[in-house]
Design a protein around this ligand. Structure first.
Ligand code: UDP
Length: 475
């Protein structure tokens, strides 16, 4: 069509509603998508919970509508079970107040800014249902990988064939899932019987939400997940839009905001200056995202492993990272760590991660493999040391290690300082094709090139944004 030829002028008359799930890894891509559609001329209204509410003053062009969430707890949930239980609670608590607010908005609607659709997180089935009942078409944003969504569509089969839950037979954990390569049983979503019921419910709800929607949006790109996207297009009856990496496609935040404007914790920008003073590709960046937690003894082993590696490092020690630690103070490092690493490292509570990963001084990323972190690293050409924690993180690590081969996975189980130091040396010291891990950096740089290609004019994701805009206009 010709509509996409007139950015900013064309669809200011149409309004797109957004409802993110109130967790950092879900908020970021939703705001990036909102900025992208806003730049294409759509008016933006963001519905949000009180928990992790966005700062409206940073987005003067958007309308914000708070929705009471029944007082969701603000501490880090820490486990997949607690996280998913909170997701259900948000759905339940927000349903009635969201209905009232959406109905009021539809009533006030002027012909000039008619609501085109609601884009909501895949976890918000109840709220997507409310919108549909009020006659508003819906699109689902799934903030994980296409590969992970294949686990969702295969979930009934995985349960029927005895892969989920797998706790009963630990030897099964290393077995390949023959029906769904390249996964092993331990890469799947829930291996414990305790986490299984709530995981099964979450997956069922996501599949329902998508089936009833007018389309599914992924933060991924064709060159990264071609086969997985093709399989989903075959299996799903709704159109699929791969429009990632959204952090590269969405317009930069307003100049007044020094960094990404959807960050819940203030990023410590001083670490960028510290990085400026480091040699190219010399620094190990360490961060486990916003939700993953670790035991106190894993923290100690991680610290001595980092110290023992001899590498410069930038470590994000978020308050709440260590289980049982006192909030809001960041977890304390072992005694003697400072002396052992004097001058070699920087520790912050929260980093401007996209800028850190894009910095020439960063040589590798020790990550929990949340999808945003994985995508951001892949698109910055940075090899990864993977320590997945729960949910889709194990599957993401499997792709990093085994499919894209741009990182290595640390052994499961408890951390041990000697193994940590050796793994750091393997990703940081990867200079050739001679070792097992050889070529990781070269392949990561190749992914960076393909990501840039996909968002450039004529690239797959740019093309899909045009398709998405046309699709929304036709709803
Ligand atoms: N992030 C950040 N600063 C940090 C750590 C993380 O800005 O110090 C951002 C990161 O860039 C990513 C998001 O927080 O966009 C985390 O999402 P991800 O899916 O990686 O993990 P989650 O927090 O959902 O487990």
């Amino acid at each position: 069509g010709s509509i996409e030829q007139t950015p900013t002028a064309g669809h200011r008359c149409r309004r797109v509603l957004f409802f993110p799930l109130p967790f950092q890894g879900h908020i970021n891509p939703m705001f990036q998508l909102a900025a992208l559609l806003h730049s294409r001329g759509f008016a933006v209204t963001v519905f949000h919970t009180h928990l992790n509410a966005p700062d409206a003053s940073l987005h003067p062009d958007y309308d914000f509508i708070p929705v009471p969430d029944g007082g969701a707890p603000a501490d880090t949930p820490g486990t997949v079970q607690v996280t998913l239980e909170r997701v259900l609670a948000v759905n339940r608590a927000c349903a009635a107040p969201f209905r009232d607010r959406l109905a009021a908005l539809l009533e006030q609607q002027h012909d000039s800014d008619g609501v085109a659709c609601l884009v909501a997180d895949a976890h918000l089935l109840t709220l997507l249902d409310v919108a549909r009942e009020l006659g508003v078409p819906t699109l689902v944003l799934r903030t994980g990988s296409a590969a992970c969504f294949r686990i969702f569509t295969a979930f009934p089969m995985l349960c029927a064939n005895g892969y989920q839950p797998a706790e009963e037979s630990p030897e099964l954990l290393e077995a390949p899932v023959r029906e769904l390569p390249p996964y092993r049983v331990r890469d799947l979503l829930s291996t414990t019987a305790a986490a299984h019921p709530v995981m099964a419910e979450a997956v069922t709800r996501i599949i329902k939400a998508v089936a009833a929607s007018s389309g599914l949006i992924f933060n991924t790109f064709d060159a990264l997940e071609h086969a997985e996207l093709a399989a989903l297009r075959r299996d799903l009856a709704v159109p699929v839009f791969d429009v990632g990496p959204l952090h590269l496609l969405s317009p930069p935040p307003p100049a007044a905001a020094a960094s990404r404007t959807s960050s819940l914790l203030p990023p410590d920008r001083g670490c960028l200056e510290w990085l400026d003073a480091q040699a190219p590709a010399s620094v190990l960046y360490v961060s486990f995202g916003s939700i993953a937690t670790m035991s106190a003894s894993d923290l100690v082993e991680a610290a001595w492993g980092i110290a023992g590696s001899g590498q410069p490092f930038l470590w994000v020690l978020r308050p709440g990272l260590v289980r049982g630690g006192a909030l809001p103070s960041p977890p304390p490092l072992p005694e003697g760590f400072d002396v052992a690493t004097r001058g070699r490292g920087a520790v912050v509570a929260w980093a401007p991660q996209e800028e850190v990963l894009a910095h020439a001084a960063v040589g590798a990323f020790w990550t929990h493999c949340g999808w945003n972190s994985t995508l951001e690293a892949a698109c910055a050409g940075v090899p990864m040391l993977c320590r997945p924690c729960f949910g889709d993180q194990m599957g993401n690590a499997r792709y990093v290690d085994h499919v894209w081969r741009v990182g290595v996975e640390l052994d499961g189980g408890e951390l041990e300082r000697g193994k940590v130091a050796a793994a750091i040396a393997a990703v940081m010291g990867d200079v050739g094709e001679t070792t097992d891990t050889g070529g990781m950096r070269r392949r990561a740089l190749e992914l960076r090139r393909r990501a840039a290609e996909s968002v450039a004019e004529g690239g797959s994701s740019s093309f899909n944004v045009d398709r998405l805009v046309d699709h929304i206009m036709a709803l």
